[in-house]
Design a protein around this ligand. Structure first.
Ligand SMILES: NC(=O)c1ccc[n+]([C@@H]2O[C@H](COP(=O)([O-])OP(=O)(O)OC[C@H]3O[C@@H](n4cnc5c(N)ncnc54)[C@H](O)[C@@H]3O)[C@@H](O)[C@H]2O)c1
Length: 426
């Protein structure tokens, strides 16, 4: 089968290479010249274990990355067009679907034959988007949805840092589809792999993705609120309390337990925007989602709470020793989670901004993989170090903001005050 994948980010590049691995011919269309250039040269634009091997195996053979100028040729040969473009924060927390609609406009404008194709949204879109936004949008352009084209969604559940494994060994494949021709084509596309495939209504397909991300966000916010309660009560070993909580047999050793652990707030591209988008969608539909709203508010408060913990440690350090200079804060970890160089909506950026606002102008930082991405994305007045030991040498107070395993033994390397915002120290 021939497939066009539009957008070669974490989801799109993984999807394109995954379908190539299943034996299909895949065109990948990417609008960013920098990102496309790297991919065409056989290099990943981000850190993602396993994806490099797949790129090497399929590039120029079953995977053909092209610029938008190549869209017409790609679509003319394809039965499926997959959309993996961003759906960022929009107005009032809503999902901004403008990149998706623009990519669909580009697609329909290059179709000149009568072949039936299915347009599949893999980007995360709020429930109702296919039916109330995409289909009316296409019909307003004269497209006969259901006759000339099928419209479906196929949400993606991969985790950054595990993209390849999560795609190839997906625990479930969800397809939101309502016409039998598209359903048959999509079932056929996934027929060579062993994951269970669930065909549901388009709204249900879209909803399942938000159901999943809202649960993860709720687990994180629950844990963060519990850690703050414990701090207020005092003399509670928060890390031990949560590790012992995980020993409850009912978790069954599930990695879901990793979300039931405190930190300095969830970040990354998905949880912040998806929780806000579902909250906005619920409100628009006439329901004020109290729990979800509080999950978001609890998360929004965490960066300030973490910054205040760091400031208290700075105050204590300044009182107990005659520093004789402005306190230097050493930040360990910038990416939104360990195993990834993604810094989008990373709590570290929010915390550093709070520290700068409160006058802490001497900040040094180190991340094992994300220094450059962080510097490029945020442009903050921070000095970047090339190692953990360099940060230890420069700083008066250390703060762990990402739970990289290489930071776990920090206590063995220094007597300086440490604020473990990820509760990861051994
Ligand atoms: N990152 C994740 O972990 C993850 C997981 C599941 C779902 N999602 C969802 O998948 C979608 C994509 O996320 P991502 O992290 O891969 O985003 P990303 O920003 O890494 O990638 C999107 C890519 O699309 C490209 N693009 C935009 N418009 C284009 C166009 N018209 N033609 C060609 N290329 C175009 C951009 O240049 C960019 O490279 C989002 O809706 C996101 O919520 C992400």
């Amino acid at each position: 089968m021939v497939i066009t994948v539009v957008g070669l980010g974490f989801v799109g590049l993984t999807t394109a290479l995954g379908f190539a691995e299943y034996g299909n011919k895949v065109y990948g269309v990417e609008a960013s010249a920098d990102r496309l250039g790297l991919i065409q040269a056989g290099r990943l634009p981000f850190l993602e274990p396993g994806l490099d091997g797949a790129l090497c195996r399929h590039l120029g053979k079953s995977f053909l990355p092209v610029s938008p100028a190549g869209l017409e040729e790609a679509v003319s040969q394809s039965d499926y067009v997959y959309y993996c473009v961003g759906t960022p924060y929009g107005k009032d927390g809503k999902a901004d679907c403008s990149y998706l609609l623009a990519a669909m406009d580009d697609t329909v404008s290059v179709i000149s034959d009568k072949r039936f194709r299915v347009l599949v949204t893999k980007s995360t879109i709020p429930p109702g988007t296919c039916d109330t936004v995409i289909i009316p949008h296409l019909e307003a352009r004269g497209v006969r949805v259901g006759e000339a084209l099928g419209v479906a969604n196929n949400p993606e559940f991969l985790r950054e840092g595990h993209c390849w494994d999560d795609f190839i060994h997906a625990d479930r494949i969800v397809i939101g589809v309502e016409d039998s021709r598209s359903e048959k084509m999509l079932r056929e596309l996934y027929s060579h792999q062993s994951s269970p495939v669930f065909c549901v209504s388009r709204n249900t397909g879209e909803f399942i993705k938000y159901l999943s991300n809202s649960l993860l966000a709720t687990l994180v916010s629950f844990s963060n609120e519990m850690s703050v309660i414990a701090d207020h009560i005092g003399d509670v070993d928060v890390a031990s309390a949560f590790r012992i909580l995980h020993m409850d047999k009912r978790w069954g050793g599930s990695s879901m337990a990793s979300y039931v652990y405190p930190g300095c707030g969830y970040g990354g591209y998905c949880l912040p925007k998806d929780t806000n988008a579902l909250y906005a969608k619920a409100r628009e539909s006439g329901f004020d989602a109290a729990l979800l709203g509080n999950v978001i508010r609890t998360n929004d408060r965490m960066p300030e709470y973490a910054a205040n913990r760091i400031i208290s440690a700075c105050d204590r350090a300044a009182r107990s020793s005659e520093l004789g200079h402005t306190t230097c804060i050493g930040i360990l970890g910038l990416s939104f989670k360990p195993g990834s160089d993604d810094v989008r909506y990373a709590p570290s950026a929010l915390i550093i901004n709070k520290l700068l606002e409160k006058g802490y102008s001497r900040i040094v930082a180190f991340d094992p993989v994300a220094n450059d991405q962080f510097a490029a994305q945020y442009g903050l007045p921070v000095s970047y170090c090339t190692s953990m030991s360099e940060v230890i040498g420069c700083a008066d107070v250390l703060a762990i903001l990402t739970a990289w395993p290489s930071f776990f033994n920090l206590k063995e390397q220094t007597d300086k005050p440490i604020v473990d915002c990820r509760y990861c120290l051994r």
